[in-house]
Design a protein around this ligand. Structure first.
Ligand SMILES: Cc1cc2nc3c(=O)[nH]c(=O)nc-3n(C[C@H](O)[C@H](O)[C@H](O)COP(=O)(O)OP(=O)(O)OC[C@H]3O[C@@H](n4cnc5c(N)ncnc54)[C@H](O)[C@@H]3O)c2cc1C
Length: 158
């Protein structure tokens, strides 16, 4: 297996094709990681969310990261980490940006389902206020592993 570093362009191309990642934030030395759907474009990652622990924490500490991977098997995978800053997109200041986020996220079928569905589980029929935010990307790194697939050759050598 060979592991190579991906350049920024390759990281961007991978994030463009992906939609599910793990958002990492932290507060008072406690990390918190949750799966989220996102839409990438150069410089930004857009997310639909609801109010809760992660938004409270990101408001308090906007330094966040997003890890996205595609794992075919243990010797064929891609992993990209984007580091950046949380930027909430409230109305009315960010109406245009919210519409843009909606369009980017809307390319995925039922794109709102996981964000709002999880909240509905907790709040029942209460009105759920959606929240859009974006991550302003400061840096990206990526690693790609290529090699024999797990089912070829001697498993002990992998
Ligand atoms: C495939 C997938 C896609 C998702 N996409 C989105 C998305 O696009 N946008 C979005 O906002 N949410 C999405 N979610 C839900 C998301 O992972 C969080 O559960 C949700 O956003 C609530 O986060 P919160 O910090 O507001 O939770 P709160 O309701 O404030 O959390 C309270 C406590 O519940 C626990 N908890 C919360 N979420 C999880 C979790 N996922 N797993 C285990 N324990 C948890 C934690 O211990 C936390 O301290 C997705 C989940 C999955 C599985």
């Amino acid at each position: 297996m060979v592991i190579t570093e991906m350049n920024e362009e390759e990281c961007g191309a991978f994030l463009t094709s992906a939609s599910l990642g793990r958002l990492g934030c932290s507060l008072d030395n406690q990390p918190y990681v949750v799966p989220i759907y996102f839409a990438y474009e150069p410089a930004y990652i857009y997310v639909l969310s609801t109010f809760g622990q992660k938004t409270e924490w990101m408001r308090a500490n906007p330094r966040v990261c997003l890890e996205v991977d595609e794992i075919k098997d243990q010797s064929q995978w891609v992993s990209v980490i984007a580091n950046g800053r949380y930027e909430e997109l409230p109305e009315p200041q960010y109406t245009a940006e919210r519409e843009h986020a909606r369009k980017r996220l809307g390319k995925r079928y039922r794109w709102w389902q996981n964000a709002l569905g999880e909240r509905q589980l907790r709040l029942g029929d209460e009105l759920i206020t959606p929240l859009f935010f974006r991550i302003l990307i400061d840096s990206m790194t990526g690693l790609r592993a290529t090699g024999e697939s797990a089912d070829s050759g001697n498993a002990e050598q992998k």
